[in-house]
Design a protein around this ligand. Structure first.
Ligand code: ZN
Length: 507
């Protein structure tokens, strides 16, 4: 029968839609836990999330999905590689084969455990109390290693975890790329910090949170973030959630004594959100219906936060508006002083506050710690001390307390240990790669940014990256867009160009 593949495809999509409905409910609960839920709701919420995780897992690992994929495979292989139907079969199979290896009971138990450690972290961080989360973290490490063991034959126990977030990447490849990057960044940091420091005092003058919020929301509206299909709320650790193509939410936080914190986190999360909002709506409710990897996702948040939002051209347009938004606060600060303040490079303790040049060193430290923990070469009880030692070595600073060290990031308390940090730096590397391609296609983009116009850039990103959802892997996207494999060179050239000028370094 000629239409048999179409019938089977419909059956497959129907099953996938049910799985994604359950996932969507789960994501709403996660979003709620991180925004409005009272802390005391943690235990009860963990149970609901475990139930939904196990239902979604059970439905997705149903043998009938495997049969449908088997039946569709020969037909899908006759279609062009970039055909969405071929991609649906290919990408669903990849996810399905991973899911069936992980027992439902394990997935549910791990989800419940993580909801508990997240709640523990929310209390432990302000209290500076690592002991509060230590046992939980030990179990997380056990869970993470058990997860890896469902994929025998790996080269490194981090590989299955990395593969989950950045499909196709391995610990070995990432380590090689990161070593190369660290070797280039370390002398750059040394050269910059030998120069006169930028003065960031103007950012700490006290800026009312509600006014900050309105300013940031006006900027991302100009970017093209659609508030009819999204919203912004407050949280501890900003993130973006996609529920469906008509509902993508971002979160942020504001500090009245730090203008940069809330603003750049809003710009950052809007980049994640615009990616999700730009995915072909026909992919909703299937594995194609969201961004393709952690790295590509981060490349989009970094594009809007840094390549656009921390550029001089951007502030030529927005700085007079910012000055007018906070009357009297910034009158004595020139555009150039402000531009230097928001791009101050310094050896610091907190990753999310780090400048573009040192940021990746924070990530590389965490990635190395993850590999060592998974290898069994670093015990959780030794983690705070080892954290400090590696900061001293790579950045020349030691956290005086765990709140400024091992307790600062939510990730190990809400996700597996392994696979969660490499995407940040891969994303930075890719951001410059993709941005260069956009500029090559549209050399007028920098001038438009100077006028507060972002339609050309947004349109190029939508057509070349967002629209495809997960049809292409990160490697395939890079190859399609640049004609070459991922390289750190465009990113290094960007950093050297921008910061060489800011800090008057010899060319
Ligand atoms: Zn991000």
């Amino acid at each position: 029968m000629a239409n048999e593949p179409q019938q089977k495809l419909e059956q497959l999509k129907q099953r996938l839609a049910e799985v994604w409905d359950l996932n969507q409910a789960l994501w709403v609960l996660e979003w709620d836990q991180a925004t409005y839920m009272p802390d005391a709701g943690g235990a009860g919420r963990g149970r609901v999330m475990a139930t939904l995780t196990s239902l979604a897992h059970e439905k997705f690992s149903d043998a009938e999905i495997g049969h449908l994929l088997d039946a569709l495979q020969p037909w899908a292989e006759t279609l062009p590689y970039d055909d969405p139907q071929a991609a649906l079969v290919r990408v669903t199979r990849r996810a399905y084969e991973k899911t069936v290896r992980v027992p439902t009971a394990f997935a549910a138990a791990f989800a419940e455990h993580r909801a508990g450690t997240y709640q523990g972290w929310v209390e432990a961080r302000p209290a500076n109390n690592f002991a509060r989360v230590r046992d939980g973290l030990e179990r997380t490490l056990d869970f993470s290693r058990q997860y890896a063991d469902f994929f025998p034959g790996y080269e490194h126990p981090a590989d299955p975890l990395i593969d989950e977030a950045d499909y196709g990447m391995k610990a070995q490849t990432v380590r090689a790329l990161f070593t190369q990057l660290q070797e280039a960044l370390t002398p750059l940091v040394t050269a910059i910090t030998a120069q006169r420091e930028a003065d960031e005092e103007p950012l700490h003058r006290g800026f009312p949170a509600d006014v900050q919020r309105a300013f940031g929301e006006a900027v991302i509206t100009d970017f093209g973030f659609d508030f009819n299909r999204g919203r912004q709320d407050l949280t501890h650790h900003p993130f973006c959630s996609r529920f469906n193509t008509g509902d993508v939410r971002i979160t942020t936080r504001f500090r009245e004594d730090d203008l940069g914190d809330g603003l750049f986190s809003t710009l950052h999360e809007s980049g994640h959100a615009m990616y999700e909002l730009g995915v072909n709506p026909e992919f909703d409710g299937t594995p194609l219906g969201s961004g393709t990897s952690a790295g590509v996702h981060e490349s989009q948040s970094r594009t809007w936060e840094n390549l656009v939002g921390r550029s001089r051209g951007f502030w030529e347009h927005y700085y007079p508006k910012l000055q007018a938004t906070f009357p009297g606060k910034l009158d004595d600060v020139s555009l150039y002083q402000f531009y230097r303040a928001i791009n101050k490079v310094q050896r610091s303790l907190i990753r999310v506050d780090a400048d573009e040049v040192t940021y990746n060193l924070h990530v590389i430290i965490r990635f190395g710690l993850e590999l060592d923990m998974l290898e069994g070469n670093l015990a959780i009880r030794d983690l705070p001390e080892e954290w400090g030692a590696r900061y001293e070595k790579a950045l020349g600073v030691t956290p005086p307390e765990d709140r400024l060290g091992v307790l600062q990031d939510v990730h190990w308390y809400s996700a597996p240990i392994g696979g969660v940090f490499q995407g940040y730096t891969l994303g930075n590397i890719m951001s410059a790669t993709f941005y260069n391609a956009a500029l090559a296609a549209h050399p007028e983009i920098p001038n438009q940014i100077r006028q507060g116009q972002f339609g050309t850039l947004h349109g190029w990103l939508r057509d070349n990256i967002y629209h495809h959802g997960s049809v292409f892997t990160a490697d395939e996207l890079v190859q399609r867009i640049t004609g070459a494999p991922l390289s750190i060179d465009p990113y290094l050239a960007y950093l050297r160009g921008k910061y060489g000028e800011l800090y008057s370094l010899p060319a």
